[in-house]
Design a protein around this ligand. Structure first.
Ligand code: ATP
Ligand code: MG
Ligand code: ZN
Length: 275
């Protein structure tokens, strides 16, 4: 099928035609045609591997010069975007298993699981979630599972342990981008579509730290931006302002995980011969 019939033609071909029109000199491809590196894959018949095409439009159309991505690059672009999103989320190494599929939804933990899933799916009725509870009961697992689902839907998210978030702001550099100024970094935490703060309350309670956290919470509250928090503390211990935001904000939910350590549960299950 003629490429033009499919609505697209290679950028190189269009440019060559334009050049011919301007100079009257046809491009002699045979003359220059010594291939230095053969293409790894068969070339796309539409863009000839360039990845960008002009939609076939009549000359004079206002969009005539607009280039668009060729359909052959859709999968590659999707994978690259996924990689970029994953890298910028900064999930901890060793957390690949922290997904909803790998989370055991047993008695006492159902509500936390269901609400986490709801937020992960981008429900409008739930924008903030606080997971509160003792050690090793699955809070971080659920928080990271939310981030992973969010990323899988192509939406940016950022994971940060509360003390690390503050350290990053304090140190004035970003691990992967040393040029990022303090203000840019703070703006990023303020505006990223999903912010996941692990272990809130584990940071040093300096007045500077409190002020930054208050500002961050206020901003995200004011702009109705999704937020997930885990904490070992009671809400009151998190400070009056944050406590009030976590409770007052309407699409916000606080769930207390009233279950023991998962490790002990597994041990118990093994003893009883269950998986
Ligand atoms: N319901 C569950 N199903 C599967 N794995 C679980 C479950 N609950 C906890 N785990 C596993 O137990 C370990 C501890 O869980 P996690 O780190 O989420 O605990 P936590 O509540 O964040 O604890 P802490 O307050 O100490 O940070 C992890 O390896 C996690 O994958
Ligand atoms: Mg944790
Ligand atoms: Zn193509």
């Amino acid at each position: 099928m003629e490429n033009r019939d499919r609505g697209f033609e290679p950028l190189g071909k269009v440019l060559a035609r334009e050049k011919e029109n301007l100079t009257g000199t046809p491009r002699n491809e045979q003359k220059a045609g010594i291939r230095t590196s053969p293409p790894a894959e068969p070339e796309c018949p539409i863009c000839k591997g360039g990845g960008w095409v002009y939609p076939s439009l009549p000359p004079g159309d206002p969009m005539y010069w607009q280039v668009v991505r060729c359909e052959c690059k859709a999968e590659e672009d999707r994978i690259n975007r996924e990689r970029l999103l994953l890298r910028s989320c900064e999930l901890p190494q060793g957390s690949v298993e922290y997904t909803f599929e790998n989370f055991e939804r047993y008695a006492g933990i159902e509500e936390a699981y269901d609400v986490a899933l709801k937020l992960a799916e981008g429900s409008e009725d739930l924008l903030w979630l606080t997971l509160q509870g003792d050690y090793d009961c699955g809070k971080t697992h659920l928080l990271i599972a939310i981030c992973r689902s969010w990323l899988a839907r192509g939406r940016p998210a950022r994971y940060a342990m509360a003390p690390v978030l503050l350290d990053e702001l304090r140190a004035g550099f970003h691990p992967r981008n040393e040029d990022m100024s303090y203000q840019e970094r703070f703006d990023f935490f303020k505006n990223v579509p999903l912010l996941a703060i692990d272990d809130l309350g584990a940071e040093s309670p300096t007045s500077w730290a409190r002020e930054k956290m208050d500002t961050l919470f206020d901003w995200r509250h004011f702009h109705r931006l999704p937020l997930v928090v885990t904490t070992n503390l009671g809400l009151k211990e998190l400070g009056g302002r944050i406590h009030s935001r976590l409770q007052r904000f309407v699409p916000s939910k606080v769930v207390t995980l009233k279950v023991g350590e998962y490790r002990l549960r597994r041990k118990g299950a093994k003893k009883c011969g269950r998986n």
